[in-house]
Design a protein around this ligand. Structure first.
Ligand code: FES
Length: 251
């Protein structure tokens, strides 16, 4: 299943029930996309409209009648007769718990962060109702990491990264460059431009900006945005050169 690309024309139709509403979608549609078709909204961090779903952030968990556990809706294909719940108390608690873990390892500098009010992590934390973080902050994995400033156009701040791998998949699927990867496991996992010893400038990166566009936090950010703030106007294009778009600033 692919949250990003709708199933092809001519796919058979499947009817299921989501939060009490009947919805009919093409076979192969993810439960997340079907929920949106039904007018609902499921929190998500690692799925987008333009890259293949991956199921890593665990924010989009749902309950499906007759199934154990809480599968990720972005990677679960619809089935005929499926009965799905997306907004139960149990799911709300699970999502808050997952978000709490993300925030326990994330700098608490939202008010001074360049992405303040334009950050999907911040928005999703508010959406799931996170108010407190119970875990000690002293051992946070991000402490002491340094930003990679080697690329002339954008920076990479590992402390802001939630390892959702949207940048890695955008690099692969949007640009076809395959310059990025996830290095390490667990707390040691981090986005890398090859190996941990490599920086962006020495990697295969072509500075297209697809990774910056895909980042849900300010881990990957244009240097101009860091220095001057968000542009007044931006245009998203799919032109052959970069596929990211152009921004405009008033003089
Ligand atoms: Fe489904 Fe991240 S949006 S697991």
């Amino acid at each position: 299943p692919d949250f990003g690309t709708p199933p092809g024309i001519g796919a058979a139709s499947v009817t299921l029930t989501i939060d009490g509403r009947e919805v009919t979608v093409p076979e192969g549609t993810s439960v997340m996309r079907a929920a949106r078709e039904a007018g609902g909204d499921i929190p998500s961090l690692c799925a987008t409209d333009s890259i293949k779903s991956f199921g890593s952030c665990r924010m989009c968990l749902v309950e499906i009648e007759g199934r154990k556990g809480t599968p990720a809706s972005c990677t679960t294909p619809v089935e005929a007769g499926m009965v799905v719940q997306t907004q139960t108390q149990r799911l709300a608690k699970l999502r808050r718990g997952v978000m709490e873990l993300y925030i326990s390892d994330h700098p608490l500098d939202c008010l001074t962060c360049s992405a303040n009010n334009d950050c999907e992590l911040q928005d999703t934390a508010a959406e799931v109702g996170l108010r407190d973080v119970r875990y000690g902050y002293e051992g946070a994995n991000h402490l002491g990491t340094k930003p990679d400033l080697s690329n002339p156009y954008f920076l990479f701040a590992p402390d802001k990264c939630i390892v959702c791998s949207r940048c890695v998949r955008a690099c692969d699927e949007v640009q076809g460059t395959f310059a990025l990867t996830v290095d390490g496991r667990g707390f040691a996992s981090a986005i890398s431009a090859g190996t941990k010893a490599d920086d962006f400038l020495s990697s295969e990166c072509v500075s297209c900006g697809a990774c910056v566009q895909a980042c849900p936090t300010s881990a990957l950010m244009e240097k101009s945005v860091k220095q001057m703030g968000k542009p007044e106007r931006s245009v998203v294009t799919t032109c052959a050169y970069c596929g990211v778009g152009c921004t405009f600033r008033a003089e």
